[in-house]
Design a protein around this ligand. Sequence first.
Ligand code: SUG
Length: 446
Amino acid sequence: MKTIETNFDGLVGPTHNYAGLSRGNKASINHAGNVANPKQAALQGLEKMKALSELGFVQGVLAPQERPDITTLRRLGFTGSDSQILSDATQQMPAVLAACCSASSMWTANAATVSPSADCVDGKVHFTPANLINKFHRSIEHEVTGNILKATFNSPEHFVHHQSLPSTEYFGDEGAANHTRFCHEYGQQGVEFFVYGKEAFNPESASPQKYPARQSLEASQAIARLHQLDPDKVVFAQQNPAVIDQGVFHNDVIAVGNRNLLFCHEQAFVDQTGVYESLRKAYGPQDFHIIEVTDQQVSVAQAVGTYLFNSQLLSLGNGGTMIIVPSECENDPAVWNYLQSLVNNSSCPITDLKVFDLRQSMNNGGGPACLRLRVVLNEQELAATNQNCLINDQLFSTLNSWVKKHYRDQLSEKDLADPLLLTESRTALDELTGILNLGSVYPFQN
Ligand code: SUG
């Protein structure tokens, strides 16, 4: 049976804005207060989805969240009509209102950790939504994320949906952004590689000094247990705390892997050599390739500025590998020269290069890899997946028109309290759940 890697990208929601909510994420802080263009953001994301689908990859879409999040504002004690709540929240707690309006669920690499059926004892695909506990605006995503995942992968025969981990820093979990799977063929048992920033129950362990470590070892271990992974096929590695302090807030800002290839910066991990050895041991006797980028070739600051490692590595039918990078890589001569040297080197497994303009998302720290959740599926699992969520020409054109009809082309902080924005968002999302055949996944629909 054929097994493939599918990519489910987050559709950018109608409230996309720059609120500077993510300390430790330099792009988010540097663009705080800028005027955002939600329409352009959503269209840029759709262009990537369409291009990958046209290249022959199975490309899915995950619906955005309901924002402004009135349910959360009510939990925080705001009462009255929805307009009253928006107005009171703006007056009393504008920072909380901004958090409740973030379209951050677009970065579906943080939606969940997914283990393919070949890795799990029960032979099912396991999903655990990330609790994203380190940032308030993201900690309010996991419940609706769970609803959307269940509506997208809606067959209990093939899919297991876990609850997110307990909502505490001890079990801080950021999903697939800190998880990579290596395998010979997608359908064979693979090695699951979990990268954490801190050991929450060991105060003696190394941790960053300036910025938060969002993922704990204990969270990664819990997911490996929940997903019934073979302990010999799991590797846990600590992210280098010094790079977290330089803006590498997720592992996918400094490393990416696919099949038998790891592409990473030389400073990505604590005990880099030990990590490589553990991966090779777990992977077994077949060839395992590591492309390590030195600081001299590309500095950590350049990696953070261009998102070179927040790339997608996609296996091509001819045995090659395509790297998908954001246009920021093209604009940095050192990074661009490095990329050219990779694809021009006949012994390098990366053979093709494609560039996308994702500026609207990049300005909040979200590159190509942040925008996608990888789900490895065999034929039966793919057939059991909600087919309305798979991109083809028709869905692309429907979603493109839907965005153009409902989205604004300018959004700044002062617009977030506009009751019309709430109505526009709900109208758009209600229509979307029909297009994607999701049923009722949002609080306003219940
Ligand atoms: O969690 N930015 C996101 C970016 C997530 C990127 N994802 C991966 N690396 N996989 C974050 O920091 C910024 C929102 C704002 O500031 O308005 C934000 O949430």
